[in-house]
Design a protein. Structure first.
Ligand code: DPP
Ligand code: ZN
Length: 859
């Protein structure tokens, strides 16, 4: 497959200022007539050929200025039309079969309704078009269809006319006044009901808000609606961004590849990011809805009003919008907890990506299939990079930078460079060297050496950025680190400072320390780097208990556990050292359990042990099973060592009644963590408490955390709860997804057999991405299942990839990176992982998506 390169960018030869689309809707056949007003781009080449992208389309008719023409030809899947003048009207008819569209890209059918997904390159599956984000058009859409089947007809912008046709059909016309690239086009037709509300913008525009769902689901949409209203208000205050249409529609669809899509005025959402009520959605589900509703809404400015010049600039809108949604969620809830969760995601998903065969800069240089670049790097590291600019500028100056960015580039297709320049100019920062963060892949490692002489403490910081594919050599990047030095005697520090390491190595001296201080560094995770610093258990226990930066407190706790587990797995711990390490961790945990100054939400966060993927990152070649076992061993030790306090804690928080306030959510979080540790230390007591919690649960958070624990255990309680859960939630797809995921994610000795049996369950299907991911993505990230010594986990995922690829390549390609980690896994397992990749590579007819990921993983 051809490699697309960033450096090859050429402006389009032809622009399409306007497009009129006419749809005659049908589930099995939809006819599309597209009328494109095209004109030469003065900034483009003088090519007379109009190049229109297509994907599995046949032109049924081509007309230029009203006349049928023969002056066109196919170039692979694309349509080329020869034009002679400066401006023309090109009309093309196509026909698509939405029911047969299992890729869920373009126009497809889901449960009897029709909907679209066009980002990144789905519009070309609907009609021929210059399907690139730097071609912006004003859209007029007309659609007609059976009124009984499609009572609701939606597209972008405003509805301008409706009417009845013959034979029970009706039609609607929509017009979107804002020029947009094709990837933001959307159409929805189906039998839907709405939760309606209104929002008045700060300048007085009254906006109708609708969240469209299938009948029966409307009582589960209020949290999404509240989140939408909060998002609209927040963006006005935090970024000065106001909504720009009179209507904002959100539609929930149960078959969807991504989380959601920011189509102008018509966001289309995966149901899992819309539907919630306490009985069926966990606190984490509620948080997910708030952040994704915010994310897609915020795209209206960071993505739609200012869009991307080309797909290499994806992080321009995604990194920035993730930062915006993170700041939003932090303002809606606990800033500290939100930061910890975001860093946990970065470490679990992005760090491994950055150190593996698929590593790429946040602004990639090349791709074969752009869908493969909707990654944790582009999204989450992209957000971290922009967050660093904000940290260096301070929030107010950063805001001046973003104001300038929106001002300068409104209505344009911009680049990451445009963004950096606007922040540079608006915030008054010098970002010349900082731009390397956009160009280089790999997680910088910062080694910290502390020394002390007289009353001066000196920190020597050295950065190295590991080699990544295509980038053997790296240059030093500016790394902003928030730092505080604690005086051992007073237990206090004299104020936090921001230091910037912008060379390979540099020393920073701090005066006024009679004894070596306790170093708290990268507070708030101010830079997305790995800190490598030798630290005594004593210092870490001190920070875990006393640091006034909540993230640093969490970090100290994590470091304590990471240091211990890495040493233990490496075989480098004597029995005494192991006992000492556990003792230190136990001491830190005990402090967390009993600290009255902590709220329960934070307490719950601090009780979460570092995950196996992050632990595996700490060593060059990992034995994930050994890491898992050692981690489980530590849990069991903590559970029995702290049994009394854990039981008391579990009892206390179990008494807090359900509500959505922070205290009650904190109680549920702590309850879940306490139960996990109790069960690890004493499975019988764990089973007793878990089944009691399950039976008493009046909300999904408690029910799910109880069932999670039961799934790991043998015994009748497990079977009772699983059967009850399935019966209770029959027909609720999102909850049945949980039922699959809970079993696939368990550490039960027979987990692989369970997964195999679940794949044959009548409720299982590969055609629904949520269901396929619930079973198999959960399995692929479960060390106990995936890394089973027999290799059965690898074979299972390999087989899945081969089976799912012909159905839905975009969703399938997401599984490849798990196998692609083989170089960092111990040799026996690595060989089996590699063998699976080779087997996939040998399969004929592989999609471009999977082909790219597999060949890079083997290469
Ligand atoms: N819908 C995806 C997102 O919002 C892609 N734009 O991140
Ligand atoms: Zn996005």
């Amino acid at each position: 497959p051809p490699v697309i390169r960033r450096e090859d960018y050429q402006p389009p030869a032809w622009l399409v200022p306007q497009i009129a689309l006419d749809f005659r809707l049908g589930i099995e056949e939809t006819r599309v007539t597209a009328r494109l007003s095209v004109r030469r781009n003065p900034a483009g080449s003088a090519a007379s050929t109009l190049h229109l992208n297509g994907d599995q389309l046949t032109p049924l008719a081509v007309r230029v200025d009203g006349e049928a023409v023969n002056d066109w030809r196919m170039d692979g899947a694309d349509l080329l039309v020869e034009l002679t003048g400066e401006a023309h009207e090109v009309e093309i008819e196509t026909s698509v079969n939405p029911a047969a569209n299992s890729q869920l890209m373009g126009l497809y059918a889901s449960n009897g309704m029709l909907c679209t997904q066009c980002e990144a390159e789905g519009f070309r599956r609907i009609t021929f078009f210059p399907d690139r984000p730097d071609v912006l058009s004003t859209y007029s859409v007309r659609m007609a269809g059976d009124k009984g089947q499609f009572p609701i007809l939606l597209s972008n912008g405003n509805c301008t006319a409706t009417g009845e046709g013959e034979d029970g059909t009706h039609w609607a016309e929509w017009h979107d006044p804002w020029p947009k690239p094709a990837y933001l086009f959307a159409l929805v037709a189906g039998d839907l009901v709405a939760n309606h509300a209104q929002f008045t913008t700060r300048s007085g525009r009254r906006v109708d808000l609708n969240i469209w769902v299938r009948s029966g689901d409307e009582q589960r949409t209020q949290h999404a609606m509240d989140s939408l209203i909060n998002s609209m208000k927040w963006d006005e205050e935090a970024f000065g961004r106001e909504y720009d249409l009179d209507l904002f529609n959100v539609v929930a669809v149960s078959d969807f590849n991504m989380g959601a899509m920011e189509n102008k005025g018509l966001n289309v959402f995966n149901t899992r990011y819309v539907l919630a009520e306490p009985e069926t959605a966990t606190d984490a589900d509620y948080d997910g809805i708030e952040s994704v509703i915010g994310h897609e809404y915020f795209h209206n400015w960071s993505g739609n009003r200012v869009t991307c010049r080309d797909w290499f600039q994806l992080s321009l809108k995604e990194g920035f919008t993730v930062l915006r949604d993170q700041l939003f969620s932090a303002d809606m809830g606990s800033e500290a907890v939100k930061r910890i969760e975001d860093v946990r995601v970065l470490r679990a998903a992005q760090f491994p990506e950055d150190s593996g065969p698929l590593a790429h800069p946040i602004r990639p240089d090349s791709y074969q299939e752009i869908s493969n670049f909707y990654t944790a790097t582009v999204y989450n590291k992209g957000a971290e990079v922009i967050r660093m600019m904000r940290t260096m500028a301070g929030p107010d100056r950063f805001r001046q930078g973003t104001d300038l960015y929106f001002d300068r580039h409104d209505g344009e297709a911009a680049t990451c460079e445009d963004f950096v320049k606007a922040i540079e100019d608006g915030a008054g920062l010098d970002l010349r060297q900082f731009r390397l963060w956009y160009a280089q892949a790999g997680t910088p490692q910062v080694a910290v050496e502390a020394s002390h002489e007289g009353d001066v403490a000196t920190l020597t910081l050295t950065q190295t950025i590991p080699a990544t594919p295509g980038q053997p050599e790296k240059q030093a990047v500016p790394i902003p680190l928030r730092i505080a030095l604690f005086d051992r005697d007073s237990g206090r520090h004299a104020g936090e400072r921001l230091i910037v390491l912008d060379t390979d190595s540099r020393s920073f001296a701090f005066e006024g320390f009679a004894r070596p201080p306790v170093v708290s560094i990268n507070r708030g995770f101010s830079a997305p780097v790995a800190i490598d610093m030798e630290r005594s258990n004593e210092d870490l226990v001190f920070l875990a208990a006393h640091d006034d930066d909540p993230f640093a407190r969490y970090e100290a706790m994590q470091s304590l556990v990471v240091q211990h587990l890495v040493a233990a797995v490496g075989g480098g711990l004597s029995e005494t050292a192991r006992a000492e390490g556990r003792k230190a961790i136990g001491q830190a945990f005990a402090a967390v359990l009993s600290d009255d100054g902590l709220d329960d939400l934070m307490r719950g966060e601090l009780m979460v042990l570092p995950g196996v993927a992050y632990l595996a990152e700490q060593v060059l070649v990992a034995d994930p099973a050994a890491i898992h076992e050692e981690r489980e061993g530590l849990k069991a030790w903590l559970g029995s060592e702290l049994a009394e306090s854990l039981v008391a804690l579990h009892d206390r928080v179990s008494g807090v009644p359900y509500s959505r306030d922070a205290a009650a959510r904190g109680a549920r979080k702590t309850k879940a963590q306490a139960l996990v540790l109790i069960a690890a230390g004493d499975p019988a007591e764990g089973a007793r408490r878990a089944i009691a919690q399950y039976r008493a649960a009046d909300n999904m958070t408690d029910r799910q955390s109880a069932l999670t624990v039961l799934c790991n255990l043998e015994g009748p309680e497990r079977e009772e709860a699983l059967a009850d859960f399935l019966r209770r939630y029959q027909g609720n797809a999102l909850v049945i997804d949980k039922w699959f995921a809970l079993q696939a994610g368990s550490f039960h000795p027979q987990v692989l057999q369970h997964i195999e049996a679940l794949s044959q369950h009548p409720e299982f299907t590969l055609n629904n991405p949520n269901r396929a991911r619930a079973l198999y993505m959960t399995a692929a990230v479960n060390p106990k299942a995936f890394h089973d010594a027999s290799g059965a986990g690898y074979r299972m995922i390999g087989e899945l990839i081969r089976k799912l690829d012909p159905i839905n390549p975009q969703t399938t390609a997401r599984f490849v990176p798990q196998l692609g980690r083989w170089r960092r896994i111990e040799p026996a397992r690595a060989a089996m992982m590699r063998a699976e990749l080779e087997k996939i590579a040998a399969q004929p007819g592989l999609s471009r998506d999977v082909r790219e990921q597999v060949s890079k993983s083997l290469g």
